[in-house]
Design a protein around this ligand. Structure first.
Ligand SMILES: [Zn+2]
Length: 548
């Protein structure tokens, strides 16, 4: 079909740039306006200069893309993707950096379905599909190849000159505003998510190894006369999106931990900070043996971590999964997926409730020989559909938001639904401890460590969910609960002084402590263990410490 109307590729590039700057970057302008809070004419001019610069850079990007057979499909994808991104930014305050984009790429279908709302569809139809339809209703006229290349070179030079001319008079404003409001760097669409994808692509280009690099190869389980048990059970619970601020055990005004509060020998650490603000960052970090300061996700996933070390040292290891996956840390470890575990009775709205992790756990433990380590990966408080995380009788705080589209709920309703997820997590953990207490009574020392992967924003500063870049993330996304329960036999055999642990509960800790504390608790000798990061080390009686 020959289209009657035609337009040159360059005009399309300019129009597209104007559309991106004026319409698809409304969240960026809101943030910039709030950051600058202009009072003088010069400050208003600065905002104008940012607009001109954004226009010049995007126009240049689109002119470079203006190649026959490439331009229109790519521009269509960018329009659709950006319209969805604008929705997430406006609805949840989502920031599109590399970690967030990776999170999106790793999101499973059920989680994605939660995010699919009518409002999202309206955004994509109105802001994305409509301009795409206009784009395809014209015939685009391209320059001949050499002329096109010449034009792109000239456009590059002109853009560089324009950037200097517009940017130099305001260089002071640029440095101060973008340094103090680092979120702005991630706000300009589509540069934000494109550069994030480029970063992910660059990292994944590193050759993939079939085998994990060895780490902690010298690990041995220490055997000493004081701890003759041939058997022990340790459960590591990786929580999801539980924030310390909403745990009554850590001072929250609402009773969100009614069951755990009744367990006298439970230690609640009150000042624990996460390694990342998203699962894809925090979970690999927890098991990596790398501190947050020098954590590199790619490097961590290429080498063995805590679970592989434990398995090699002779422990029976099992990962019970109630989420999308183990974020790459369970390679070579037996995995049990809850959604295929056949415990349908606890499925609500098509998703597996966390109680399934404890149901049937006893049989699983019984089938594991020797010293057993089980990881329970919870669904916890995964948003935005908090109301799907708990059964109806756990709706303690009402009214609870029953929408994944937050703009349809009052903020208090969202908080209510979130708090109900914590009440349910409290119940699941209390049941787990009950099970472990029984284990102890049968002569097997048992222990539990629970830690959440990251926190959550619940509308503070109009930000929801999590995943903000660590440097700009508020504490509620990083301050997480960590709980430790050691059975009487586990305390005795490890010669750990429970009173000492209880006194240390307000020490500042982080995910950095997890790897080393687990090794310490399980009496694993290895050169990669650092006793300074082991929370149990200061409370362990002399003689059980460093000697072999
Ligand atoms: Zn998470």
């Amino acid at each position: 079909m020959k289209l009657s109307r035609s337009v040159s590729a360059e005009v399309v590039a300019f129009c597209a740039s104007a559309y991106f700057v004026c319409v698809l970057n409304i969240p960026f302008w809101q943030q910039l306006y709030a950051a600058v809070a202009p009072r003088s004419l010069f400050e208003f001019a600065f905002i104008g200069a940012v607009g001109l610069l954004a226009f010049a850079l995007l126009a240049w990007l689109f002119v470079c893309l203006a190649v026959r057979y490439v331009f229109r499909p790519v521009l269509s994808i960018l329009l659709l993707a950006t319209s969805a991104a604008v929705y997430f930014t406006m609805e949840y305050g989502t920031v599109f950096d590399a970690d967030m984009v990776r999170n999106i790429l790793e999101t499973d279908r059920a989680e994605a379905a939660d995010l699919l709302t009518t409002k999202l569809i309206i955004f994509v139809l109105g802001l994305g599909l409509l301009p795409v339809a206009v784009l395809w209703s014209y015939e685009i006229v391209y320059r001949p190849v050499w002329q096109g290349i010449r034009f792109k070179v000239l456009a590059t030079l002109a853009t560089a000159a324009a950037v200097l001319a517009i940017g130099l008079p305001f260089s002071q404003n640029f440095t101060s505003v973008f340094r103090h409001h680092r979120g702005l760097t991630y706000a300009l669409m589509p540069v934000n998510y494109l550069s994030a994808m480029a970063e992910i692509g660059r990292k994944s280009l590193r050759p993939a190894r079939a085998e994990l690099l060895p780490f902690g190869g010298d690990a041995r389980r220490r055997v000493d006369a004081a701890a003759p048990s041939a058997r022990s059970v340790t459960v590591l619970v990786i929580g999801e999106t539980a924030r310390a601020a909403n745990f009554s055990l850590i001072g929250y005004g609402r009773q969100t931990n009614p069951q755990l509060a009744k367990i006298p020998d439970l230690i609640t650490y009150s000042k624990v900070f996460s390694c990342g603000t998203a699962t894809a960052q925090s979970v690999p970090c927890l098991f990596s043996g790398m501190a947050r300061a020098n954590f590199d996700r790619q490097d961590a996933l290429a080498r063995e971590g805590l679970l592989q070390i434990l398995q090699r040292a002779g422990f029976s290891v099992l990962w019970r999964e109630n989420q999308g996956g183990c974020a790459g840390v369970c390679r070579g470890i037996p995995i049990e997926l809850m959604d295929r575990a056949g415990t349908r009775s606890l499925f609500e709205m098509g998703e597996s409730l966390d109680e399934n992790l404890v149901k049937g756990l006893q049989q699983k433990i019984d089938a594991m020989p020797g010293h057993a380590v089980v990881v329970l990966h919870m669904m916890g408080s995964h948003g935005p559909s908090y109301y799907k995380r708990y059964p109806a009788d756990f709706e303690r705080f009402k009214p609870a938001c029953k929408e994944s589209q937050f703009s349809r709920c009052q903020r208090q309703e969202i908080v209510n639904a979130y708090d109900n997820t914590i009440v349910y997590t409290d119940f699941v953990l209390a049941r787990l401890i009950e099970l472990l207490r029984e284990t102890d009574k049968t002569g097997t020392p048992a222990s539990m460590i629970y830690v959440s992967d990251h926190g959550e924003s619940l509308g503070e500063g109009n930000v929801y969910l999590h995943g903000l870049p660590y440097a700009i993330a508020p504490d509620v996304q990083k301050h997480v609960p960590m709980l430790v329960w050691l059975s009487p036999m586990a305390q005795a055999q490890n010669r750990i002084d429970g009173g000492c642990l209880a006194r240390s509960r307000h020490e500042p800790l982080s995910h950095d402590n997890f790897f080393h504390s687990v090794l310490g608790l399980l009496r694993v000798n290895t050169s990669v263990y650092d006793h300074k990061l082991d929370i149990f080390a200061p409370c362990r009686a002399a003689g059980v410490g460093d000697e072999d």
